[in-house]
Design a protein around this ligand. Structure first.
Ligand code: TXA
Ligand code: MG
Length: 354
């Protein structure tokens, strides 16, 4: 199969919408990362998504739903329940209120919520769990396809399982060339890091299952309470969100992390071909001052002036550039703090590292 990169013309948006409706799968841009999209109600599409990504069947998919500007959060929930996608029986008023507040604040956008699943969602999608992950993406092309296809769309990130998530159409091509018919080109993903996953249980207890594009602090601000992060145990291979395994987002070459350039100096071996990801320009300058002899195969800077949103946007593309360089060994600098987006970036780096 030849994989085509399609420009986002009206004809192509219509064509891919029809294809998804009829059971094909293909890659669509979202504001976070590219997704491998298929019709929720087409079992073969769902099987193809798992097979194409080489994704283990224990790792459930996120369901993407259309934005309707006419509906408020309560109406969005009723509509999802009406369609039998979620089941709100047993939700306490506290759980309902918190869910509505988060939807009001962050949908459409990069927040994924976990709900008790409705009968319309197959066990294949949820890997047998009795919950389903739902998100309403903001990307105009993804929204257009949801509207034109009139389908809910399942979409994991459009990379082979365990590999670096794609934030450009050519990344998807590198990952899945010959395995899917088309990639709808949306340019660079604006955010560059996946959605934040939040679980609110029936009684209203809130847990962060995956840090992501929406900062934990912003969620806490809306809920007016601290949120427990259940993903903090990075060494666990039995996380609450089955896909947040310890080894993920991984380059092909060994990757080691460092926090400060002085820490890097103690590890750095100038006899090996090395590529380094620095957090900001200052860090590169400090390192080259101390190691004038260093002969780097490649380096990348996440953000010139230390802006976390810029770092998030560049993260996966920079890791790819390092991986595709001639280096034998890769180093990446963690963010200076663990706050806001830096928490999510550090989470991805830790999972990418050896
Ligand atoms: O930003 C995103 O969320 C992107 C774009 C394409 O929407 N999608 C994405 O999908 O990151 P994926 O498949 O790469 O990651 C989905 C994560 C996995 O870690 C999976 O375990 C978790 O969501 N997940 C799905 N259903 C779940 C559930 N019912 N309970 C807990 N975690 C769930
Ligand atoms: Mg993924």
């Amino acid at each position: 199969m030849k994989t085509q990169i399609l420009p986002p013309t009206t004809e192509n948006l219509q064509m891919v919408s029809e294809q998804i409706k009829n059971g094909s799968i293909g890659a669509l841009p979202t504001e976070t990362v590219y997704g491998l999209a298929g019709n929720l109600r087409n079992e073969q599409s769902i099987l193809n998504i798992f097979q194409t990504k080489n994704r283990p069947s224990f790792d459930p998919l996120i369901v993407h739903t259309a934005y309707d500007p006419e509906l408020n959060a309560k109406q969005v929930l009723y509509k999802l329940e009406d369609k039998n996608l979620i089941n709100l029986n047993g939700f306490s008023s506290d759980a309902l209120l918190k869910t509505e507040n988060l939807i009001e604040a962050f949908w459409p956008g990069a927040l994924t919520l976990i709900f008790p699943k409705g009968d319309e969602v197959s066990d294949l999608i949820t890997s047998g769990l009795n919950t389903v992950a739902l998100r309403m993406p903001k990307h105009p092309y993804f929204q257009e396809v949801l509207k034109r296809s009139q389908c809910e769309i399942c979409a994991p990130s459009a990379n082979r399982f365990g590999r670096i998530s794609p934030t450009q159409s050519n990344h998807v091509l590198t990952e899945l060339e010959g395995k899917i018919p088309w990639i709808l080109d949306g340019g660079n993903c604006k955010i560059g890091i996946e959605s934040t996953i939040v679980f609110i249980n029936l009684t209203g207890e809130v847990q962060l299952l995956r840090p992501g594009a929406i900062e934990k602090e912003k969620i806490e601000e809306i809920l007016n309470e601290p949120v427990v992060s259940s993903c903090s145990n990075i060494k666990s291979n039995k996380p609450l969100s089955p896909g947040t395994l310890k080894s993920h987002y991984a380059p092909k070459k060994p990757l080691f992390l460092f926090h400060s350039t002085s820490e890097l100096s103690t590890q750095f071996d100038c006899n090996k071909k090395t590529a380094i990801l620095f957090f900001q320009e200052n860090d590169l300058e400090q390192f080259t001052q101390a190691h004038k002899e260093a002969n780097l195969s490649c380096y990348q800077i996440l953000t010139k002036n230390g802006e976390p949103a810029v770092a998030a946007k560049n993260l996966f593309a920079s890791l790819r550039t390092l991986d595709e360089s001639t280096a034998e060994i890769l180093y990446a600098q963690t963010c200076p703090t663990n706050k806001g987006l830096e928490f999510a970036i550090n989470d991805r780096l830790k999972r990418a590292a050896c």
